[in-house]
Write a protein that binds this ligand. Structure first.
Ligand SMILES: Cc1ncc(COP(=O)(O)O)c(C=O)c1O
Length: 398
């Protein structure tokens, strides 16, 4: 059968990294590839108990269609959750989503036509790059350094877009413990970014799934908080705080925008399951989310320390890496002549896996970089895996 499909279908390409990640399933391979939470943290017993309670007390709601915008009691719980973490958001500023990936999808549907300019960090989150690419958007990457997005270069990129007679539809950033770079945007850069966006009247999409996973003190104030919500579209998810399996998140923005988001969501899935929203609302009310986040921090901090220590011990000269203050990822830069994709088969042979850095660059650059995840493997696996990876890199350098 030959199908006649949409232009969008023509833009779909099989993800190179998913193909590479398939190899990581070989027995004995230590994978630093995915972005998975440690399943030892999953509060299975609590969820069993709360699920039974929800079904007994509110089965009539849990198994019914719900409002597109989200179940009122879940919105109330997440507004409280945000307040506990220092962020003020009003219920009318919220639209519940089936996790952040749906948030990205909805914003892509609302804002991006073919060739619409969209500005993003380089490197950036692969799932967003895929969604923007699917829309046929014109992605403009802005380099990062240890202080996050290079806002001086952002101005140049925006000037260039204006020179072409166009306007960026939004600036997409991941300011806290960025995936994949493992760095956070400095306070100064946050301020600069907000000034630039306001002066040019361009919305900022703030994607912040890792914000709560801080290992040393409080994270910097979010862009949402700094701008009091003006011109910011916040994207949140419970996936990385504790568990991704329920697929629960939300978008926060100005109420008029939320109404538009709800309209597009209606055509996508009618509503996020009431069932999971009611379970999570009760989970948050019981204070279990906060406890779970604290447990995640306690679990990941020593894993990051083990990875940093192992990198210091084993990596040859010329290899550098980020030192994240939280989150799940660490970014490694190899000497210019080493191609992370070319040495991937040797890495698999040596039973260690990572994600090639190129996949996170909207312009295909970044050949000599790679991303390592430390939340999923054990401390022992981290030590051994980094030793194996260093062996492969040393071989490539000889
Ligand atoms: C920066 C970023 N945004 C969004 C997502 C999507 O997460 P989810 O759809 O599970 O909320 C991820 C997942 O890795 C991510 O790293």
């Amino acid at each position: 059968m030959s199908y006649e499909m949409s232009k969008l279908a023509g833009r779909l390409v099989s993800s190179e990294i998913r193909e590479l990640l398939k190899m990581t399933r070989k027995p004995g391979v230590i994978s630093f590839g995915g972005g998975l939470p440690d399943p030892a943290l999953f509060p299975v017993d609590d969820i069993i108990q709360i699920t039974e309670q929800v079904l007994r007390e509110k089965g009539y709601l849990a198994l019914q269609y719900g409002p597109t915008i989200g179940e009122p009691e879940f919105i109330e719980a997440l507004v409280q959750h945000q307040a506990d973490f220092g962020e003020v958001v009003a219920p009318e500023q919220v639209c519940v989503t089936s996790s952040s990936q749906q948030g990205i999808d909805l914003l892509t549907l609302l804002f991006l036509d073919e060739n619409s300019p969209v500005v993003l960090e380089k490197p950036s989150y692969l799932g967003s790059i895929q969604a923007f690419r699917r829309a046929g958007a014109d992605m403009r990457g802005v380099p990062m350094d240890d202080d996050g997005l290079r806002t001086d270069l952002l101005e140049e990129v925006l000037d260039q877009i204006e020179k072409e007679g166009k306007r960026a539809r939004f600036i997409y950033v991941i300011p806290d413990f960025q995936n994949p770079a493992g760095v956070s945007m400095s306070m100064e850069r946050r301020g600069h970014l907000l000034r630039i966006a306001e002066a040019r009247n361009i919305p900022i999409v703030e994607d912040s799934p890792y914000r709560e996973l801080t290992f040393a003190g409080e994270p910097l104030p979010s862009l949402w908080t700094l701008a009091k919500g003006r011109g910011i579209i916040g994207m949140k998810t419970f996936s990385k705080m504790l568990f991704p399996g329920m697929r629960m998140g939300w978008l926060q923005g100005e109420p008029e925008l939320i109404t538009k988001i709800a309209m597009v969501k209606q055509s996508v899935d009618l509503c996020t399951p009431s069932f999971t929203q009611l379970i999570l609302a009760e989970f948050i009310r019981r204070g279990r989310m906060r406890k779970g986040i604290e447990a995640s921090r306690e679990c990941y901090r020593p894993k990051l320390e083990a990875m940093l220590e192992a990198l210091k011990t084993h990596m040859p000269e010329g290899v550098t890496w980020s030192t994240p203050g939280g989150g799940m990822f660490l970014w490694v830069r190899l000497p210019e002549q080493v191609d992370a994709k070319a040495i991937f088969p040797q890495a698999i042979e040596n039973k260690v896996a990572y994600v090639i850095g190129k996949a996170f660059h909207c312009d295909g650059s970044g050949h000599n970089s790679l991303r390592l995840n430390y939340s999923f493997p054990s401390v022992e696996q981290i030590r051994e895996g980094i030793r194996r990876l260093a062996t492969v890199i040393k071989q490539a350098l000889t």
